[in-house]
Design a protein around this ligand. Structure first.
Ligand SMILES: Nc1ncnc2c1ncn2[C@@H]1O[C@H](COP(=O)(O)OP(=O)(O)OP(=O)(O)O)[C@@H](O)[C@H]1O
Length: 261
């Protein structure tokens, strides 16, 4: 063990959150420092530092296979980083399991809308409530979820597997929203979705942003969407951040330089 790793480990043990209830605010947002993570010996993220401030929408861009989904899985605790730290709400979560992160207010919508096909829409949504605090669980599925995705109300008793791809994506986002997270991780929510539903999902992200009660880390390849909704962007390439800045400054030239195949 290197001296650095020892210091890092000591720091993690000292600062590990003792109670990580869903009511805790993400006062200081999400802060990743020098993350190194991957699969077995294969390191996909080599040195990633990234911040999502409370209320911000941050877009993570990058070519296929550069490690964007790996980054989200690491934030959610599904992959253990080899080095670096993950702080959320001012507390160190680097060694915390996924359920503690979920209870602390991190919601995750993985790529590929993995709804439970044999469960009804309602049952899928109730599963999302598991991450919520006792008060929210008692209250049941909140109405605001149906206000955002009215189609889910209409299809409440249908099986997840019977929904169209776009409706499944809406269900997947809604399932993350029922526990009223403070930070939402969205992995390419518009991928392979028909344009009308893309617009519905964009509107939901816009309403989340307008409410300023939730921050969003979004993987998205569309320049127009990234510039219209995100406050800040990062470009990942081969496991390191190669560009970042205010989304208003994200130009065609930046995209050509960093994202064109
Ligand atoms: N479970 C896994 N085991 C081993 N390698 C994996 C695993 N999942 C992903 N990888 C590899 O990690 C690298 C990064 O994949 P990742 O899915 O994070 O990229 P991405 O930027 O999200 O790409 P895309 O835009 O195609 O989703 C790829 O080379 C991929 O093959």
């Amino acid at each position: 063990m290197t001296e650095n790793t020892m210091t890092e480990n000591m720091m993690m043990e000292n600062t590990a959150p003792k109670t990580a209830g869903a009511g805790q605010a993400s006062g200081a947002g999400l802060e990743l420092k020098h993350l190194e993570a991957g699969y077995g010996e294969s390191m996909i993220l080599r040195d990633v530092s990234l911040t999502v401030k409370p209320g911000q929408v941050v877009c993570l861009m990058g070519r296929n296979g550069v490690g964007k989904s790996t980054l989200m899985k690491t934030v959610m605790g599904l992959i253990k980083p080899k080095r670096g730290t993950i702080a959320y709400g001012g507390q160190n979560y680097t060694k915390q399991p996924p359920d503690r992160r979920a209870k602390a207010g991190i919601g995750y919508v993985p790529q590929g809308r993995d709804v439970f096909p044999q469960l009804t829409v309602e049952e899928n949504l109730l599963l999302g409530l598991e991450a919520a605090d006792a008060k929210l669980r008692r209250a049941g599925i909140p109405q605001h979820v149906f206000d955002k995705f009215p189609v889910l109300k209409e299809m409440i008793h249908r099986k997840g597997g019977d929904l169209s791809g776009g409706q499944q994506q809406q269900l997947s986002i809604a399932r993350a929203l029922v526990s009223e997270p403070k930070l939402l991780l969205l992995d390419e929510p518009m991928e392979g979705i028909q344009p009308s539903i893309v617009m519905d999902i964009e509107r939901v992200i816009e309403s989340i942003k307008a409410s300023r009660t939730m921050s969003v880390l979004l993987i998205e390849q569309s320049l127009s969407f990234a510039t219209s909704i995100a406050d800040y962007y990062y470009v990942l390439d081969k496991g390191v951040i190669v560009a970042e800045g205010s989304s208003a400054d994200l130009s065609e030239d930046q995209v050509r330089r960093h994202l064109a195949v």
